[in-house]
Design a protein around this ligand. Structure first.
Ligand SMILES: [Zn+2]
Length: 425
């Protein structure tokens, strides 16, 4: 069929009922960027059918026509480090108390909260997330499974279940309720203890190599046993490691990613490059540092420039050394009073990579093709025939400025249009 069925919805809106056609849609854009090949395609249109990119063509055809000729199209974004079941209203000043507060919520309450975060994240162009703990006991995998029969279009979820930690995990000493938020492990290692992860079909594992901002560190022997066990079950293991010592230990134990790695040193990055261990840097943009600084007395947040100087150095070094990098927002603070939604906060973390000196194409790759490769999904994060039709369009090309990411004009997930704003004249 041909026609203009899509032109009727071209006034700026977020669609609660997605537009979906079994018929094909031919999308013409100003340019299409494929992060996998690093190519900018001009004069090419995309044909989307049954949720997939059916073909790339320069010839008009009989499909419904969608004119995005003012937009730059890229694949839907991926966030490898979310906490959609977590919020912190204290700007990280009283994180442990916030965990206790959330522990009192019912599972339904927490899941409904998480769905709100998903809606917000989708509006910012993220079509895939990996949630890494602070999700109660397997609320993430339960929500993932329930989305399969949900008519609402939300980002697809990869879930790790609760983070595996030792001692007090990220709680303050003496607080009760740790077991309903973290999965506590100890030596001697017993396989059976970890059967809930297999029963709930987690997509990966999150381990706390250190408990920062809590006290303590996982014993190396336990970390090794956990990595060996979960690798035997074909599950990737991610280690929360903020300092160099815990990152070094985790890299040696053979984890698949280091989350945060703020204090990571060259020797550890070299080992990661050699073993192809991902760095998932969770950074703060200038705007977010300033907002946090108003409420958190930690000297870390006094100067965004100083923070970016330190963290940017290790981030650029990781790229130079060939460490695979995947985007992680670690967005968990509630900054809604400062008019920053969860989705916007997520984007700020990606913009921070640019502020720390990563080139625009690398910034986009961390949140598309490189993140998809970490998830083992070669149908995501790229533009090619047969790939999943997750697309985001921008008037200001994010290849020119990361700030362009803040204003998506078009969002499609699985071939379904969820946002379409008519381009400005
Ligand atoms: Zn985190």
């Amino acid at each position: 069929m041909s026609g203009i069925i899509l032109s009727g919805l071209s006034i700026g809106l977020f669609l609660s009922t997605p537009v979906y056609s079994q018929d094909c849609i031919q999308i013409t854009a100003k340019e299409i960027y494929d992060p996998a090949t690093d190519q900018i395609l001009k004069g090419t249109s995309l044909v989307v059918q049954n949720g997939k990119i059916h073909s790339l063509t320069s010839e008009p055809n009989d499909c419904s026509q969608l004119d995005l000729s003012k937009l730059t199209l890229i694949p839907g974004l991926i966030d490898l480090h979310t906490h959609i079941f977590l919020e912190d209203k204290t700007a990280a000043v009283r994180f442990s108390d916030e965990l206790v507060r959330l522990g009192k919520w019912s599972s339904d309450q927490r899941t409904s909260f998480a769905k709100d975060q998903l809606r917000s994240i989708l509006k910012s162009g993220f079509t895939t997330i990996r949630d890494v703990g602070n999700s109660g006991m397997f609320l993430d995998t339960k929500l993932r499974d329930s989305l399969a029969s949900d008519s609402e279009v939300l980002p697809r979820i990869f879930g790790t279940g609760p983070g595996i930690a030792t001692e007090q995990a990220q709680f303050k000493t003496g607080v009760v309720g740790i077991e309903s938020e973290y999965f506590l492990a100890k030596l001697p290692f017993k396989e059976e203890a970890f059967s809930p992860f297999l029963k709930n079909k987690v997509d990966g594992i999150k381990i706390y190599a250190d408990n920062d901002p809590g006290k303590g560190q996982m014993p190396e022997e336990l970390l090794k046993q956990l990595v060996t066990f979960f690798h035997s079950k074909k599950l990737k293991v991610s280690a929360h490691a903020t300092n160099d010592a815990s990152a070094w230990m985790a890299a040696n134990a053979g984890v698949d990613s280091i989350e945060h790695g703020y204090g990571i040193k060259k020797r550890t990055l070299e080992l990661m490059a050699q073993k192809k261990i991902y760095l998932i840097p969770t950074e703060m943009s200038t705007r977010v540092v300033q907002l946090v600084n108003r409420r958190n007395p930690d000297p870390l947040y006094v100067s965004a420039r100083e923070l970016h100087r330190k963290r940017g150095k290790r981030l650029r070094l990781a790229l130079t050394l060939g460490v695979p990098i995947g985007f992680g927002s670690d967005a968990y603070m509630d900054l809604s009073k400062a008019r920053l939604s969860r989705g916007e906060l997520t984007l700020e973390s990606l913009i921070a990579y640019s502020e720390e000196g990563l080139p625009a194409s690398a910034v986009l790759k961390t949140a598309t093709v490189w993140a998809a490769d970490f998830l083992g999904r070669d149908d995501l994060g790229r533009i090619r025939e047969g790939a999943t039709a997750d697309l985001v369009g921008y008037e200001k090309s994010p290849l020119k400025t990361a700030q362009g990411l803040k204003e998506p004009s078009f969002i499609m997930k699985d071939g379904k249009i969820v946002l379409f704003r008519q381009a400005r004249k």
